[in-house]
Design a protein around this ligand. Sequence first.
Ligand code: PEP
Length: 255
Amino acid sequence: MRRPILAANWKMQKTRAEAAEFVEGLLPLIAGSRAVDVVIAPPFTALDRVAEALRGSGVALAAQNVNPEEKGAFTGEVAPHMLADLGCTYAIVGHSERRALYGESDAFVASKAGALLARDIHPIVCVGESLEEREAGNTLDVVARQLSGSLAEVPTDRAAEIVVAYEPVWAIGTGATATPEIAQEVHGFVRGQLVERFGTGGEQVRIQYGGSVKPDNVDSLMAQPDIDGALVGGASLQPATFSRIVCFQPLGGAS
Ligand code: PEP
């Protein structure tokens, strides 16, 4: 049984004061939620403040990026041990915005995932096709290539520690969510690839869906057999909407 994981990706939003106010608003709203993992990924500048606000709550802290190097002349970059020092237990890598805007390759994403595991931080590895790739019928090929490249440095015996986020680029920040059936089709494929690569460990990897997840579509998405959670951008910015996502009610499932 995989434990659901709901993660907030704030991207380049919220000052430290706004971040602390969010946490103060969120915690009472999710106090009665079922056994799920909740993760918040603020910008680097608010990590320390959010760590303080989350102390003792059981909600995990994530970074939105990392550099795989330990130290050195890498202006503007942040190393895995620095994230560990701030209390991060997760970090997002390979987000489509970083792949598209900053040219990050699968090999670079793989080195980040490997470096995070070396510091006992769970990588949330993002994959997903563009609209052009979907329309050309290449979705599964693209996802397979990204998975094999981006997970190349994950040791087989540590597979269960990673999270994969399937985020179709055409659904991110657009309001156009994949239907639960479309998402499940790719999630089922991702599961197969993970089992091929990691054996039984692949069954334990949690696969999040990301792309315009909202209170009104989370229940049907979470009812799918290979959707183990959500990576949420826009709807994670307000405690009311993110808490409703955390307290999802899988349609037809147990509450
Ligand atoms: C994301 O950025 O990972 C994301 C899924 O954003 P949104 O929920 O806004 O589509």
